[in-house]
Ligand binder design. Sequence first.
Ligand code: FMN
Length: 330
Amino acid sequence: MIKIGNIELPDFPLLLAPMEDVSDPPFRALCKEQGADLVYTEFVSSEGLIRNAAKSVMKLDIYEKERPVGIQIFGANLDSMLQTIDIVEKSNPDIIDINFGCPVKKVVSKGAGAGILKDICLMEQLTAEMVKRTNLPVTVKTRLGWDHDSIKIVEVAERLQDVGCKAIAIHGRTRAQMYKGEADWKPIAEVKNNPRMHIPVFGNGDVDSPEKAMLMRDSYGLDGCMIGRATIGNPWFFKQVKHFFETGEHLPPVSLAERVEAARRHLQMAIDWKGEKLGVFETRRHYTNYFKGIPHFKEYRMKMVTSDYAKDVFAAFDEVEDKFSDFQFA
Ligand SMILES: Cc1cc2nc3c(=O)[nH]c(=O)nc-3n(C[C@H](O)[C@H](O)[C@H](O)COP(=O)(O)O)c2cc1C
Protein backbone atom coordinates (compact mmCIF):
# COMPACT_ATOMS: atom_id res chain seq x y z
CA MET A 1 0.00 0.00 0.00
CA ILE A 2 1.17 3.56 -0.75
CA LYS A 3 0.27 6.38 1.63
CA ILE A 4 0.09 10.11 0.99
CA GLY A 5 -0.58 11.53 4.43
CA ASN A 6 -3.58 9.49 5.55
CA ILE A 7 -4.70 8.66 2.02
CA GLU A 8 -4.22 5.00 1.23
CA LEU A 9 -3.61 3.95 -2.35
CA PRO A 10 -2.98 0.48 -3.74
CA ASP A 11 0.55 -0.64 -4.53
CA PHE A 12 1.90 1.07 -7.64
CA PRO A 13 -1.08 3.44 -8.03
CA LEU A 14 -1.90 4.94 -11.42
CA LEU A 15 -2.37 8.71 -11.29
CA LEU A 16 -4.15 10.89 -13.82
CA ALA A 17 -1.75 13.77 -14.54
CA PRO A 18 -2.93 17.35 -14.23
CA MET A 19 -3.64 18.58 -17.76
CA GLU A 20 -4.89 22.03 -18.65
CA ASP A 21 -8.15 21.94 -20.62
CA VAL A 22 -8.27 18.15 -20.32
CA SER A 23 -8.51 17.11 -16.66
CA ASP A 24 -11.96 18.60 -16.05
CA PRO A 25 -14.33 16.98 -13.51
CA PRO A 26 -16.20 14.82 -16.08
CA PHE A 27 -12.96 13.51 -17.58
CA ARG A 28 -11.52 12.85 -14.14
CA ALA A 29 -14.69 10.96 -13.17
CA LEU A 30 -14.43 8.81 -16.31
CA CYS A 31 -10.77 8.05 -15.57
CA LYS A 32 -11.65 7.17 -12.00
CA GLU A 33 -14.31 4.73 -13.23
CA GLN A 34 -11.70 3.14 -15.47
CA GLY A 35 -9.21 2.55 -12.68
CA ALA A 36 -7.30 5.78 -11.95
CA ASP A 37 -6.28 5.64 -8.29
CA LEU A 38 -5.69 9.36 -7.84
CA VAL A 39 -6.68 12.24 -10.09
CA TYR A 40 -5.54 15.85 -10.29
CA THR A 41 -7.20 19.01 -11.49
CA GLU A 42 -5.48 21.04 -14.15
CA PHE A 43 -3.26 23.76 -12.67
CA VAL A 44 -5.06 26.70 -11.16
CA SER A 45 -3.48 30.14 -10.96
CA SER A 46 -3.09 31.46 -7.43
CA GLU A 47 -3.31 35.02 -8.71
CA GLY A 48 -6.49 34.14 -10.62
CA LEU A 49 -8.06 32.68 -7.49
CA ILE A 50 -7.20 35.72 -5.43
CA ARG A 51 -8.76 37.98 -8.08
CA ASN A 52 -11.79 35.67 -7.90
CA ALA A 53 -11.54 35.14 -11.67
CA ALA A 54 -14.47 32.93 -12.67
CA LYS A 55 -12.29 30.78 -14.94
CA SER A 56 -9.94 29.89 -12.07
CA VAL A 57 -12.65 29.45 -9.45
CA MET A 58 -14.54 26.98 -11.66
CA LYS A 59 -11.46 24.75 -11.78
CA LEU A 60 -11.83 24.08 -8.06
CA ASP A 61 -15.06 22.11 -8.55
CA ILE A 62 -14.77 18.45 -7.70
CA TYR A 63 -17.22 15.54 -7.64
CA GLU A 64 -17.44 13.22 -4.65
CA LYS A 65 -17.16 10.24 -6.99
CA GLU A 66 -13.69 11.18 -8.24
CA ARG A 67 -11.98 11.11 -4.82
CA PRO A 68 -9.20 11.03 -3.91
CA VAL A 69 -8.46 14.19 -5.87
CA GLY A 70 -5.67 16.72 -5.73
CA ILE A 71 -6.13 20.37 -6.65
CA GLN A 72 -3.01 21.68 -8.32
CA ILE A 73 -2.03 25.32 -7.92
CA PHE A 74 0.76 27.44 -9.31
CA GLY A 75 2.35 30.73 -8.44
CA ALA A 76 5.62 32.13 -7.16
CA ASN A 77 4.49 34.69 -4.61
CA LEU A 78 4.46 33.33 -1.08
CA ASP A 79 1.62 35.53 0.24
CA SER A 80 -0.55 34.71 -2.76
CA MET A 81 0.13 30.99 -2.49
CA LEU A 82 -0.79 31.02 1.20
CA GLN A 83 -4.00 32.94 0.54
CA THR A 84 -4.70 30.43 -2.21
CA ILE A 85 -4.51 27.56 0.27
CA ASP A 86 -7.36 29.12 2.26
CA ILE A 87 -9.47 29.41 -0.91
CA VAL A 88 -8.66 25.91 -2.16
CA GLU A 89 -9.45 24.30 1.20
CA LYS A 90 -13.09 25.39 0.81
CA SER A 91 -13.41 22.92 -2.07
CA ASN A 92 -12.31 20.19 0.31
CA PRO A 93 -9.80 18.38 -1.90
CA ASP A 94 -7.87 15.39 -0.56
CA ILE A 95 -4.51 16.84 -1.59
CA ILE A 96 -3.06 20.22 -2.51
CA ASP A 97 -0.44 19.85 -5.21
CA ILE A 98 2.07 22.52 -6.18
CA ASN A 99 3.04 22.86 -9.81
CA PHE A 100 6.80 23.32 -10.04
CA GLY A 101 6.99 21.90 -13.54
CA CYS A 102 5.03 23.96 -16.08
CA PRO A 103 7.52 24.94 -18.80
CA VAL A 104 5.52 27.60 -20.68
CA LYS A 105 7.11 31.02 -20.99
CA LYS A 106 4.30 33.09 -19.52
CA VAL A 107 4.43 30.97 -16.34
CA VAL A 108 8.20 30.53 -15.93
CA SER A 109 8.89 34.20 -16.70
CA LYS A 110 7.08 35.02 -13.46
CA GLY A 111 9.18 32.48 -11.56
CA ALA A 112 6.28 30.02 -11.27
CA GLY A 113 5.97 26.45 -12.58
CA ALA A 114 9.36 25.15 -13.71
CA GLY A 115 10.71 28.69 -13.30
CA ILE A 116 11.19 27.95 -9.62
CA LEU A 117 13.76 25.27 -10.48
CA LYS A 118 16.17 28.20 -10.79
CA ASP A 119 15.64 29.05 -7.13
CA ILE A 120 15.60 25.87 -5.05
CA CYS A 121 15.58 27.86 -1.78
CA LEU A 122 12.35 29.58 -2.76
CA MET A 123 10.90 26.23 -3.86
CA GLU A 124 11.72 24.83 -0.44
CA GLN A 125 10.40 27.87 1.41
CA LEU A 126 7.11 27.96 -0.53
CA THR A 127 6.57 24.26 0.14
CA ALA A 128 7.46 24.60 3.83
CA GLU A 129 5.08 27.52 4.38
CA MET A 130 2.26 25.86 2.49
CA VAL A 131 2.67 22.69 4.51
CA LYS A 132 2.43 24.76 7.70
CA ARG A 133 -0.70 26.54 6.48
CA THR A 134 -2.87 23.48 5.88
CA ASN A 135 -3.74 20.15 7.43
CA LEU A 136 -4.17 18.64 3.97
CA PRO A 137 -1.26 16.71 2.47
CA VAL A 138 0.83 18.94 0.21
CA THR A 139 2.46 17.23 -2.78
CA VAL A 140 4.71 18.52 -5.54
CA LYS A 141 4.91 17.88 -9.26
CA THR A 142 8.12 18.96 -10.90
CA ARG A 143 10.69 18.25 -13.62
CA LEU A 144 14.26 16.95 -13.41
CA GLY A 145 15.69 20.45 -13.34
CA TRP A 146 15.91 23.69 -15.27
CA ASP A 147 18.33 22.26 -17.81
CA HIS A 148 20.59 19.26 -18.19
CA ASP A 149 23.59 20.94 -16.51
CA SER A 150 21.67 21.96 -13.41
CA ILE A 151 19.84 18.74 -12.51
CA LYS A 152 19.78 18.37 -8.73
CA ILE A 153 16.56 16.42 -8.39
CA VAL A 154 17.85 14.04 -5.70
CA GLU A 155 18.74 16.97 -3.44
CA VAL A 156 15.57 18.89 -4.35
CA ALA A 157 13.29 15.96 -3.55
CA GLU A 158 14.98 15.37 -0.22
CA ARG A 159 14.70 19.02 0.76
CA LEU A 160 11.01 19.08 -0.14
CA GLN A 161 10.42 15.91 1.84
CA ASP A 162 12.24 17.40 4.82
CA VAL A 163 9.92 20.42 4.89
CA GLY A 164 6.84 18.19 4.87
CA CYS A 165 5.96 17.45 1.23
CA LYS A 166 4.01 14.17 1.30
CA ALA A 167 4.71 12.84 -2.21
CA ILE A 168 6.56 13.96 -5.31
CA ALA A 169 5.75 13.32 -8.96
CA ILE A 170 8.65 13.87 -11.34
CA HIS A 171 8.39 14.36 -15.09
CA GLY A 172 11.58 12.94 -16.56
CA ARG A 173 12.44 15.99 -18.62
CA THR A 174 14.08 19.32 -17.86
CA ARG A 175 12.40 22.64 -18.49
CA ALA A 176 14.83 23.22 -21.37
CA GLN A 177 13.55 20.05 -23.04
CA MET A 178 9.92 21.18 -22.90
CA TYR A 179 8.36 18.05 -24.49
CA LYS A 180 11.27 17.19 -26.77
CA GLY A 181 13.28 13.98 -26.69
CA GLU A 182 12.51 11.08 -24.44
CA ALA A 183 11.69 11.27 -20.76
CA ASP A 184 14.60 9.98 -18.68
CA TRP A 185 13.42 7.92 -15.72
CA LYS A 186 16.93 7.19 -14.38
CA PRO A 187 17.18 10.37 -12.28
CA ILE A 188 13.69 9.60 -10.90
CA ALA A 189 14.93 6.16 -9.84
CA GLU A 190 17.90 7.89 -8.17
CA VAL A 191 15.46 9.94 -6.13
CA LYS A 192 13.62 6.77 -5.13
CA ASN A 193 16.88 4.96 -4.30
CA ASN A 194 18.10 7.73 -2.02
CA PRO A 195 18.09 5.93 1.36
CA ARG A 196 16.85 9.11 3.06
CA MET A 197 13.75 9.23 0.87
CA HIS A 198 10.61 7.81 2.46
CA ILE A 199 7.73 9.63 0.75
CA PRO A 200 6.21 8.16 -2.44
CA VAL A 201 8.07 8.98 -5.63
CA PHE A 202 5.90 8.86 -8.74
CA GLY A 203 7.33 8.70 -12.23
CA ASN A 204 5.92 10.67 -15.13
CA GLY A 205 6.68 11.05 -18.81
CA ASP A 206 6.02 8.98 -21.93
CA VAL A 207 4.07 6.12 -20.36
CA ASP A 208 1.91 5.24 -23.36
CA SER A 209 1.59 1.46 -23.07
CA PRO A 210 1.01 -1.07 -20.30
CA GLU A 211 4.53 -2.39 -20.96
CA LYS A 212 6.06 0.99 -20.19
CA ALA A 213 4.07 1.26 -16.97
CA MET A 214 5.38 -2.17 -16.03
CA LEU A 215 8.93 -1.08 -16.82
CA MET A 216 8.53 1.93 -14.55
CA ARG A 217 7.34 -0.38 -11.78
CA ASP A 218 9.68 -3.34 -12.18
CA SER A 219 12.88 -1.95 -13.67
CA TYR A 220 12.89 1.54 -12.17
CA GLY A 221 11.26 0.59 -8.87
CA LEU A 222 9.12 3.72 -8.63
CA ASP A 223 6.12 3.95 -6.30
CA GLY A 224 3.53 4.72 -8.95
CA CYS A 225 2.99 6.14 -12.35
CA MET A 226 1.44 9.46 -13.35
CA ILE A 227 -0.03 9.35 -16.84
CA GLY A 228 -0.96 12.28 -19.03
CA ARG A 229 -1.17 12.22 -22.81
CA ALA A 230 -1.92 8.51 -23.17
CA THR A 231 -5.22 9.08 -21.38
CA ILE A 232 -6.44 11.90 -23.62
CA GLY A 233 -9.51 10.52 -25.36
CA ASN A 234 -8.60 7.22 -23.70
CA PRO A 235 -9.75 7.05 -20.06
CA TRP A 236 -9.66 3.26 -20.58
CA PHE A 237 -5.86 3.38 -20.42
CA PHE A 238 -5.95 2.83 -16.64
CA LYS A 239 -8.01 -0.32 -17.03
CA GLN A 240 -5.74 -1.52 -19.82
CA VAL A 241 -2.63 -1.12 -17.65
CA LYS A 242 -4.22 -2.84 -14.65
CA HIS A 243 -5.45 -5.72 -16.78
CA PHE A 244 -1.97 -6.16 -18.21
CA PHE A 245 -0.43 -6.13 -14.73
CA GLU A 246 -2.87 -8.81 -13.58
CA THR A 247 -2.86 -11.11 -16.61
CA GLY A 248 0.08 -10.20 -18.85
CA GLU A 249 -2.48 -9.85 -21.66
CA HIS A 250 -3.81 -6.83 -23.54
CA LEU A 251 -7.51 -5.95 -23.50
CA PRO A 252 -9.14 -5.77 -26.94
CA PRO A 253 -9.38 -2.27 -28.48
CA VAL A 254 -12.13 -0.06 -27.09
CA SER A 255 -15.20 -0.33 -29.29
CA LEU A 256 -17.01 2.51 -30.99
CA ALA A 257 -20.04 1.90 -28.76
CA GLU A 258 -17.91 2.43 -25.64
CA ARG A 259 -16.40 5.59 -27.11
CA VAL A 260 -19.77 7.05 -28.02
CA GLU A 261 -21.07 6.19 -24.57
CA ALA A 262 -18.09 7.94 -22.93
CA ALA A 263 -18.61 11.04 -25.08
CA ARG A 264 -22.33 11.08 -24.21
CA ARG A 265 -21.67 10.71 -20.51
CA HIS A 266 -18.91 13.33 -20.61
CA LEU A 267 -21.27 15.82 -22.25
CA GLN A 268 -24.12 15.01 -19.89
CA MET A 269 -21.90 15.41 -16.83
CA ALA A 270 -20.60 18.72 -18.17
CA ILE A 271 -24.17 19.97 -18.73
CA ASP A 272 -25.23 18.90 -15.24
CA TRP A 273 -22.18 20.69 -13.89
CA LYS A 274 -22.15 23.95 -15.87
CA GLY A 275 -25.48 24.14 -17.69
CA GLU A 276 -26.14 23.47 -21.36
CA LYS A 277 -24.35 26.43 -22.92
CA LEU A 278 -21.03 26.07 -21.10
CA GLY A 279 -21.23 22.28 -20.92
CA VAL A 280 -21.58 22.01 -24.71
CA PHE A 281 -18.76 24.50 -25.23
CA GLU A 282 -16.28 23.04 -22.76
CA THR A 283 -16.67 19.45 -23.94
CA ARG A 284 -15.87 20.23 -27.60
CA ARG A 285 -12.14 19.81 -27.21
CA HIS A 286 -12.51 16.16 -26.19
CA TYR A 287 -14.32 14.76 -29.24
CA THR A 288 -11.37 14.50 -31.62
CA ASN A 289 -9.64 12.39 -29.01
CA TYR A 290 -12.50 10.02 -28.30
CA PHE A 291 -12.97 9.32 -31.99
CA LYS A 292 -9.35 9.39 -33.14
CA GLY A 293 -8.79 7.05 -36.06
CA ILE A 294 -12.24 7.26 -37.63
CA PRO A 295 -11.76 8.09 -41.33
CA HIS A 296 -13.15 11.42 -42.56
CA PHE A 297 -14.32 12.24 -39.07
CA LYS A 298 -14.11 15.99 -39.76
CA GLU A 299 -17.68 16.22 -41.06
CA TYR A 300 -19.06 14.77 -37.81
CA ARG A 301 -16.63 16.65 -35.63
CA MET A 302 -17.85 19.91 -37.20
CA LYS A 303 -21.41 19.04 -36.20
CA MET A 304 -20.24 18.32 -32.66
CA VAL A 305 -18.20 21.46 -32.24
CA THR A 306 -20.32 24.05 -34.00
CA SER A 307 -23.65 23.36 -32.38
CA ASP A 308 -24.75 25.32 -29.32
CA TYR A 309 -27.38 22.77 -28.37
CA ALA A 310 -26.85 19.48 -26.60
CA LYS A 311 -29.54 17.73 -28.66
CA ASP A 312 -27.57 18.38 -31.87
CA VAL A 313 -24.35 17.06 -30.36
CA PHE A 314 -26.11 13.95 -29.07
CA ALA A 315 -27.62 13.50 -32.55
CA ALA A 316 -24.10 13.71 -34.05
CA PHE A 317 -22.96 10.98 -31.64
CA ASP A 318 -25.89 8.78 -32.77
CA GLU A 319 -24.96 9.40 -36.39
CA VAL A 320 -21.31 8.40 -35.80
CA GLU A 321 -22.42 5.27 -33.96
CA ASP A 322 -24.69 4.40 -36.87
CA LYS A 323 -22.28 5.16 -39.69
CA PHE A 324 -19.17 3.54 -38.28
CA SER A 325 -20.61 0.57 -36.43
CA ASP A 326 -18.18 -1.76 -38.29
CA PHE A 327 -15.10 0.36 -37.72
CA GLN A 328 -12.31 -1.40 -35.81
CA PHE A 329 -10.11 0.79 -33.64
CA ALA A 330 -6.41 -0.13 -33.43
C1 FMN B 1 -2.54 19.27 -22.71
C2 FMN B 1 -1.61 19.20 -21.53
C3 FMN B 1 -1.84 20.02 -20.44
C4 FMN B 1 -1.00 19.95 -19.33
N1 FMN B 1 -1.28 20.71 -18.23
C5 FMN B 1 -0.56 20.52 -17.08
C6 FMN B 1 -0.95 21.14 -15.86
O1 FMN B 1 -1.96 21.87 -15.79
N2 FMN B 1 -0.18 20.90 -14.77
C7 FMN B 1 0.93 20.09 -14.80
O2 FMN B 1 1.58 19.88 -13.77
N3 FMN B 1 1.30 19.49 -15.94
C8 FMN B 1 0.57 19.66 -17.05
N4 FMN B 1 0.90 18.98 -18.18
C9 FMN B 1 2.04 18.02 -18.14
C10 FMN B 1 1.53 16.62 -17.79
O3 FMN B 1 0.97 16.59 -16.50
C11 FMN B 1 2.67 15.59 -17.85
O4 FMN B 1 3.67 15.96 -16.95
C12 FMN B 1 3.29 15.50 -19.24
O5 FMN B 1 2.31 15.47 -20.26
C13 FMN B 1 4.19 14.26 -19.37
O6 FMN B 1 3.46 13.09 -19.10
P1 FMN B 1 2.89 12.15 -20.30
O7 FMN B 1 4.05 11.79 -21.17
O8 FMN B 1 2.28 10.98 -19.58
O9 FMN B 1 1.90 12.98 -21.04
C14 FMN B 1 0.11 19.06 -19.32
C15 FMN B 1 0.35 18.27 -20.43
C16 FMN B 1 -0.51 18.31 -21.53
C17 FMN B 1 -0.23 17.41 -22.70
